[in-house]
Design a protein around this ligand. Sequence first.
Ligand code: PMP
Length: 395
Amino acid sequence: MSSTNPPLASKLSGLQSSAIRDLLKLTTRAEIISLAGGLPDAELMPRERIAKAAEGALSGTGALQYTESPGWAPLRAVLAERESARLGRVVPVDEVFVTHGSQQALSLLSEVLLDPGALVVVEDPAYVGALQVFRAAGARIVAVPLDAEGMRIDALRELLARGERPAVVHTVSNFHNPGGVTMSPRRRGELAELAEAHGFWVIEDDPYGELWFDSPAPAPVATYSRNVIRLSSASKIIAPTLRVGWMVAPDRVCRAVELLKQGADLCGSALTQQIAADLLADETWLTAHVDTVRTTYSTRAKALVHAVRTAFGDRITCTDATGGMFVWADFADGTDTGALLPHALNEGVAYVPGSAFAVDGAYRESMRMCFTTSDASTLEQAIDRLARAHARAAG
Ligand code: PMP
């Protein structure tokens, strides 16, 4: 009997697996120093403190039970307090919603805010996890380039002047993934003004804001307007395994997200939410812990940037790495980073070519390097290898 394959939904036809995830499969050989991943350093994750919190949570039965869809109430209370301090206003608990990592907030928000064909403005180069979500929602995606001050608001203004009406503008305001830059305070104010004048939502996707190196990140875009939905996460400051992210949004958005979360997974994990609440409420411990992560990453970032500038001089420009996990570099000598990659892998170093993050720009001469998981001398060795690969590719 002949069989006919049942189809998948047509919206899947335009979706691809993340190029980065596919590439990562090739870069796990032990001899390769990988600057390609985007992972926080597991050695810095507070295993013992998490174990203690888990033990405390498991002394009762609540941690084993379903919890409320918007999150375990004491965790929401701790988050409301932290976000109130960050935003300089009282954030009511009803405006805080806990998600399965901030990635789930992006996914649920795309269902709540976007009709098929709605326009979403993203930054170019873009956070690929956001692109995947917006593409899956059937959105029309238009990109606005980044420069050293973050999203080019002049380009957004031009787009609006052409009559484009975005439903959502997505920004990674602090220590951009992959672009490495931070939006200036002036542009934050301008973006918020445009959001109010044109009636669009801004999703301020901020998992890296607390990982600043020399000076704290500027006040969030969300301090300028209630049209801004702010996302953050415990992944980079504590551990991704908790899958605790959160959103600060107007009550009506939180209620709509709640309806969809019920359909998606009923609720998050009461166990990891209790652990997260314990750690986030322990301010003295948390401050010391985040300081350690920050200073460790800062030393690594500076070593990487110094090594890149020493090895390549004016053949490359790279971001200063003022926080977060990534350095973005542009070759000025015409090097194609996609063509360079096999040579780099031969020499034992991996990075992600810029094209993996491209929306409109090609970024063929760019690359993203992650500095979190190797110490300074290993990063220097990685750049030596990259320089050898570059010489070999040129020769
Ligand atoms: N937003 C950005 C910009 C990210 O880089 C990431 C993680 N790579 C996320 C959101 C999702 O993080 P999580 O779901 O672990 O909170």
